[in-house]
Design a protein around this ligand. Structure first.
Ligand code: BYC
Length: 472
């Protein structure tokens, strides 16, 4: 089962045995490629990129690296191997065999979940499409493209489910996934963070650190699904996702390291003197992408989340770790904000599932910050990064109705407007960061001044390896 076929659409789902589905997907394929050429990495479609491609879904199936032109990447359909006698692990149908097909009563809900997940994948490629022109090194350029082709593959993963299990509705949704555009006024992407611009590399690293990490948690929750094809698809996607978070966390860490070096070398403790990014500006970018990503978990108290869980469609990350998988008895403390006052409300556990998932995410983010702070401590600097309060800069959920500073203190609309530039990247900060990245660094082994080199190259290759053979 783990073998990936070498057909027009590489797959491990015996696509050739289902001619109707194969034809439908082969009709969608040129539309995907058209979208990729229009909205994928601008200016590099003819470049040879040293990419990793899955040749099997086994742990060692990732060991395959080679030069590939991105439009020739083997986008396809890869599901993790089935688990024998798998049973639904939570909710009302707990203990029953998993579904190999979509139960009629869950059809609309499942389609919505799959479309929402699927929509984020092309969105992120669109958001990042111009970054190649300002890359800090060939190493980073290659990592960007690896992330981009894999997001394209994640779109394939969701489109396969839509085509295979949702008939005409699914095929229409698959077309819509290629029609919406990140940031477009009339046809925006579905979720907020995926309509935000990513036009500098600091935003890219923060996005892959914080927003891809939301992806990890959402995929972990969907990997628990009683709808087995969704579970198997997302389990394989998680292996790809891990690299994206590495790119983000390690990318920010290299900026932190360089900023620390330049802070120490500068006369007034400001690395901007020497063409670096100052630590308070890094904190502002962190505040922005962390708060945008918190929004992606939905409302703290959510009847949608309760019904996803009850129906066995979307569980908690690593459901095994919990004792009670039915979750009808317990409550979960949720902070609410009413009439200008905070209070804690015990909410039926099922209705708090978005918050349970978000809690795991927040802890995971904090572990990343701890590693960045270690770099600062080792450099002998006093500055420390902190996660802003969950109330800060929210557009979804309980706190979207008010304004709060990073410590969570309420502010009036006027106070917020007057002070937000101290907490989020201002127009001047963005202009400064973009200015540092005005010219790409494409000489093998060279690194932009504002970022430290990585400790090692890709696939055991040296840092001065030509990871991308560009035209220019
Ligand atoms: N922006 O009960 P509520 C990834 C909507 S990232 C705009 O609060 P629910 C990736 C919501 O849809 C992972 N709208 O929320 C990372 C609902 O609308 P309707 C993506 C939002 O449904 C990097 C209404 O508000 N995965 O993979 O419990 C690169 C109230 O709903 C937002 C998934 O999303 C928002 N931020 O939970 C590439 C998993 N938040 O129905 C990829 C699938 C909520 O009233 N999706 N709304 O019109 C889900 O599990 C859920 O739909 C959500 C929301 C967690 C998104």
């Amino acid at each position: 089962m783990s073998h990936i076929s070498d057909e027009k659409i590489p797959n491990n789902v015996h696509l050739a045995e289902d001619k109707k589905l194969q034809r439908a997907l082969e009709q969608w394929q040129p539309n995907f490629l058209k979208w990729w050429m229009e909205m994928g990495p601008e200016g590099f479609q003819a470049s040879d990129v040293y990419l990793r491609t899955a040749i099997s879904v086994e742990a060692d199936g990732w060991a395959h690296f080679d030069f590939v032109k991105m439009p020739d990447y083997r986008w396809g359909i890869f599901l993790a191997d089935p688990v024998t006698d798998r049973r639904i692990g939570f909710g009302d149908a707990m203990g029953q065999p998993v579904w190999m097909d979509v139960p009629g009563e869950h059809r609309n809900t499942l389609r919505r979940l799959i479309v929402t997940q699927g929509d984020t994948e092309p969105a992120s490629v669109e958001q990042q499409r111009r970054l190649g022109h300002t890359c800090p090194s060939l190493y980073d350029l290659r990592n960007l493209f690896q992330v981009n082709v894999e997001e394209g593959r994640h779109l394939w993963a969701m489109v396969y489910l839509l085509h295979r299990f949702f008939g005409r509705d699914g095929r229409e949704e698959a077309e819509e996934l290629l029609a919406r555009r990140s940031g477009d006024q009339d046809r925006p992407r579905i979720l907020g963070a995926f309509n935000e611009p990513i036009d500098d590399w600091l935003s890219f690293f923060m996005f892959t650190m914080f927003t891809d990490r939301d992806g990890k948690y959402q995929l972990l929750a969907l990997a628990e699904s009683g709808f087995d094809p969704l579970s198997r698809t997302t389990r394989f996607m998680l292996t790809e996702e891990a690299h994206h978070m590495f790119v983000g966390e390690a990318g920010v860490q290299r900026v932190v390291q360089r900023s620390a070096e330049l802070t120490k070398q500068s006369k007034n403790g400001d690395p901007r003197e020497l063409g670096g990014v100052d630590l308070p500006t890094l904190q502002k970018y962190l505040n922005l992408w962390y708060s945008l990503s918190l929004d992606l978990f939905g409302s703290e108290i959510s009847t949608n989340a309760a019904s996803f869980f009850g129906a066995g469609l979307k569980g908690r990350a690593k459901e095994d770790k919990f004792e009670d998988h039915v979750a009808l008895q317990g409550t979960y403390p949720i902070e609410v904000y009413e009439g200008g006052a905070f209070k804690t409300q015990d909410v039926p556990l099922r209705s708090a599932m978005n918050e349970v998932l978000r809690d795991g995410y927040v802890d995971d983010c904090q572990r990343g910050l701890d590693r960045w702070n270690k770099v600062l401590a080792e450099a002998g600097l006093d500055f420390r990064f902190t996660l802003p309060s969950r109330r800060f800069h929210r557009r979804q959920g309980i706190f979207a109705s008010g304004h709060f500073d990073p410590e969570g203190r309420p502010l009036s609309g006027e106070e917020w407007a007057g002070r937000k530039d101290a907490w989020l990247p201002s127009a001047a900060d963005r202009a400064y960061v973009k200015g540092l990245q005005a010219r790409p660094v494409r000489k093998p082994g060279e690194m932009a001044n504002w970022i430290a080199p990585p400790p090692r190259g890709i696939d055991g290759k040296p840092l001065d390896f030509v990871y991308v053979r560009t035209e220019e």
